[in-house]
Design a protein. Structure first.
Length: 72
């Protein structure tokens, strides 16, 4: 979301008849890079936090036993 917003700002700045200052364009490009880095970090974290499928079971994880399993 952040990277997309920053890309929109960059396109707005670059399509104006007057070239923007280096400071303005630098901040926008840094925001694009930061947003892309956050997306990449989120995808890596999601991949690392998945539950592996058990070899002898069709469903990942253990059986639902305990207080929050719907039983009393």
């Amino acid at each position: 979301l952040t990277a997309g917003f920053a890309v929109g700002l960059a396109l707005f700045l670059l399509t104006r008849p007057v070239f923007p200052s280096v400071g303005s364009l630098g901040v926008v490009l840094a925001t694009v890079g930061g947003g892309a880095a956050l997306v990449a970090a989120g995808l890596v974290a999601e991949h690392l936090c998945t539950i592996r499928k058990d070899d002898d079971d069709e469903h990942p994880g253990g059986p639902d036993t305990g207080i929050g399993a719907g039983g009393v």
